[in-house]
Design a protein around this ligand. Structure first.
Ligand SMILES: *Cc1c(COP(=O)(O)O)cnc(C)c1O
Length: 395
């Protein structure tokens, strides 16, 4: 096989850990039963495996197993939480709050609810990407149903003050939802201490498989009612119909267990790598950090590099490094990241940015090589720009 580019895009997805895969494999073949089949041992085995995974996941976030609803990932969990609350409580109020820097899987359900007549408030963030707590408290109205603030940002890694947000929400009697897709397994999450009512999770950012996630739904103090968004066989207490995906669920729990078991050592190791990379990148004149210097995921580095073309930078890095840029081209045409523009970056600086996500499998050698590749590529591009501008002056 040809030499593959260094993978530094862990916020997009991660490979399945071999230990996770090993835990999943028996449930594809010998233990393939449907957890809903109550009449034979195949069903019982699968049901027992799902139950064990449910208990493990609940324990990881200090919840009750009955408060876990398995979904296809964080996108579905966000949709169930947001649309589910809006639909269940629309007689009580029609106002919902979130933040400009949320993932599209939160912003788009909010935009959709607006078309149905709900009112939404999108809070701004500070220059480092944090929510202003006083502004949040002020935005809450008597008819507010829900506040949705992500735990950690997928572009700039900013970690929001969840416990303080939870306290504000509960003081005002509104539900608090958090999209914890980037946070689970990377920072401690405690739904009781943080007063979280709904929390979206996914497996594939922490070395689990794609296509599996969960929504935590609080059952008491306060009890959260949700309107189901998928109707059918009545699985997950009617909240999410569809045959449970046993192998993915077992792997999801294993992935969270592994991440939490190694949390302290991995946090330190990965932070050391991240700080080493940032230190080396200081060789690039004018390089700027995007996001908060301290309130951020240790595996995240997001930088803007003035004076270069973002598309040219990505093109230059592609053969040797897999990273993300600050322009989302999900629809084919590049637009500057809404997160980077929200923290005040110009469209040019947002486009000339790199999102680097370090993983469990990243080595120090890869970090050092990456630093050199980025430095060399930027230097080559800047020289080409100088030559180009000299040339255009001559001709
Ligand atoms: C990846 C991600 C999602 C989407 O999760 P899926 O499981 O891929 O649907 C949602 N929110 C955030 C913050 C993410 O990073």
């Amino acid at each position: 096989m040809r030499h593959r580019p260094i993978y530094l895009d862990a916020h997009a997805t991660t490979p399945v850990d071999p230990q996770v895969l090993a835990a999943m494999l028996p449930y594809f073949t010998e233990q393939f039963g449907n957890p809903a089949s109550g009449g034979h041992v195949y069903g019982w085995e699968a049901e027992a495996a799902v139950q064990q995974a449910r208990e493990s996941l609940a324990a990881a976030i200090n919840a009750d197993p009955q408060e876990i609803v398995f979904t296809s990932g964080a996108t579905e969990a966000n949709n169930l939480a947001i649309k589910g609350v809006a639909e269940a409580y629309c007689a009580k109020g029609r106002h919902l709050i979130t933040v400009v820097t949320e993932h599209r899987a939160v912003l788009d359900p909010y935009a959709y609810l607006q078309t149905l007549g709900f009112e939404t408030t999108l809070l701004p963030v500070t220059a480092t990407g944090l929510v202003n707590l006083a502004q949040l408290a002020q935005a809450i109205r008597p008819d507010t149903l829900l506040v949705s603030v992500m735990a950690a940002n997928n572009e700039i890694g900013v970690i929001q003050p969840l416990a303080q947000i939870g306290a504000i929400c509960h003081r005002h009697g509104v539900f608090f939802h958090t999209d914890a897709a980037q946070a689970i397994g990377k920072i401690p999450l405690d739904v009781a201490a943080m007063q979280i009512d709904l929390m979206s999770l996914t497996a594939h950012k922490i070395y689990g498989a794609k296509g599996i996630g969960a929504l935590y739904v609080r059952r008491k103090n306060p009890r959260v009612q949700l309107a189901a968004q998928l109707h059918g066989g009545g699985q997950e207490r009617g909240l999410r119909s569809g045959t449970l995906y046993t192998p993915q669920i077992v792997g999801f729990a294993k992935a969270v267990e592994l991440s939490l078991a190694t949390l302290a050592s991995e946090t330190e190791r990965i932070q050391t790598l991240r700080d080493r990379l940032w230190q080396q990148l200081q060789a690039i004149e004018g390089i700027q950090l995007n996001g908060d210097p301290t309130q951020r995921l240790v595996n995240n580095l997001n930088v803007s590099i003035p004076g270069i073309d973002g598309a040219a930078l990505m093109l230059g890095l592609q053969p040797t490094m897999a990273v993300s840029s600050g322009s989302a081209c999900s629809t084919g045409k590049a637009a500057p990241s809404h997160v980077l523009t929200a923290i005040g970056r110009s469209p040019a600086l947002a486009a000339a940015s790199l999102r680097i996500g370090i993983s469990r499998f990243t080595t120090r050698e890869e970090i050092d090589q990456s630093a050199q590749i980025i430095i060399d590529t930027v230097q080559a591009l800047r020289q080409a720009t100088i030559k180009g501008s000299v040339g255009s002056r001559i001709f």
